[in-house]
Design a binder for this molecule. Structure first.
Ligand SMILES: NC(=O)C1=CN([C@@H]2O[C@H](COP(=O)(O)OP(=O)(O)OC[C@H]3O[C@@H](n4cnc5c(N)ncnc54)[C@H](OP(=O)(O)O)[C@@H]3O)[C@@H](O)[C@H]2O)[C@@H](O)CC1
Ligand SMILES: Nc1ncnc2c1ncn2[C@@H]1O[C@H](COP(=O)(O)OP(=O)(O)O)[C@@H](O)[C@H]1O
Length: 290
């Protein structure tokens, strides 16, 4: 098992060249949100922009976009048709699919809810888009009975389950996930050809070739709603910037935890918020000389 360190990150991340432009840092779309879960898309989008995504678009139910757009000045938005319950309507694919064909990477699932419509949408995205994909939260719940769908992705996808989501994906109890997370993550990655980020106090990252990484940054200040949404946006940003699926996951997981560790130097873990972690990301990257 490889321990993720700042030295390892320095071999994977490059400082920006002075003559660079936004097109060099990729186009990322975040498909997220539903009535009652408007924070998740916002946090994922802000974290992606703080992690260097060139052009970031939030694709969400139209009413969610109306709520959050004012707080996402630097992002573009793609308002999508929604059901009466305020989740995405399957007919939104007429707008979303052509949009995704132009994108480098797509993060899907944060706060999306699980309905028949979202299940159809996730299957459609997996089977019909060519960009790099990260599936989190309700995108994972949507494929819980059919994880083999991951093998239809055009490029190696990243999945970011917490133990509850991993248990649903694998059809096992949470206790079974917790009994040997590294072994389970590796088997899942190898079986379905995806980079598997199994989150927890000490997150493990497994690559489809069986390589395993172990992260030691992060603390209990992250044990709050929103922390996982941030991580998804960060991995998406690194995917958009051209990192491989495994490198994007390794770098984002370490930086995410390191931001919480930096905050813990002057803030009680009890009071740490996801938004504090997002704001701390540039300081962590500065310390890495990025
Ligand atoms: N502001 C917003 O808009 C926010 C929106 N959000 C959105 O909410 C949606 C639902 O996501 P969710 O994770 O809250 O519910 P769900 O998938 O049922 O998981 C709970 C189950 O998993 C278990 N479990 C979890 N971690 C574990 C661990 N480390 N170790 C062990 N067990 C663990 C947990 O166990 P228990 O707590 O019962 O012990 C329980 O059984 C999703 O779309 C998300 O994006 C959130 O991001 C919050 C902010
Ligand atoms: N005690 C902890 N120590 C270190 N990291 C933690 C701890 N608790 C949570 N995290 C991290 O916070 C994130 C939580 O993700 P998740 O459970 O998906 O949250 P949410 O869906 O509420 O955003 C993961 O990256 C996890 O590794």
């Amino acid at each position: 098992m490889i321990e993720v360190t700042s030295d390892l990150l320095c071999t994977k991340l490059k400082k920006r060249a002075p003559d660079t432009h936004k097109g060099d840092f990729g186009r990322l779309t975040i498909v997220a949100g539903s009535r009652g879960m408007v924070g998740a898309p916002m946090m994922a989008t802000l974290a992606a922009m703080r992690t260097g995504s060139g052009l970031t678009t939030l694709a969400a139910p139209a009413s969610v976009v109306s709520c959050v757009a004012v707080g996402l000045m630097e992002a573009m938005t793609l308002p999508l048709c929604e059901t009466e319950q305020g989740g995405l309507d399957a007919s939104c694919m007429e707008t979303l699919l052509p949009h995704l064909q132009k994108q480098t990477a797509c993060v899907v699932g944060c706060g999306l809810g699980v309905t028949n419509d979202t299940k159809q949408i996730i299957k459609n995205i997996i089977e019909n888009t060519k960009c790099k994909l990260l599936l989190d939260a309700d995108a994972l719940n949507a494929i819980a009975g059919t994880p083999e769908l991951l093998q239809s992705c055009a490029q190696t996808p990243v999945v970011t389950p917490h133990p509850g989501e991993m248990a649903r994906l694998c059809g096992i109890e949470i206790s079974a996930v917790l009994s040997n997370p590294a072994k389970l993550a590796r088997t899942f990655a190898q079986t379905y050809g995806c980079v598997t980020v199994l989150k927890g106090h000490r997150t493990v990252i497994a690559a489809p070739d069986g390589t395993l990484f172990h992260n030691t940054t992060g603390n209990a200040g992250l044990a709050k709603g929103g922390s996982g949404d941030i991580l998804s946006g960060m991995i998406g940003a690194f995917l958009a910037q051209g990192l491989s699926a495994v490198d994007a996951a390794v770098c984002a997981v370490w930086i995410h935890g390191a931001a919480a560790d930096r905050l813990s130097e002057h803030m009680a873990l009890t009071g740490m918020l996801a938004r504090d972690v997002i704001d701390e990301l540039p300081a962590v990257m500065k310390a890495l000389d990025l």
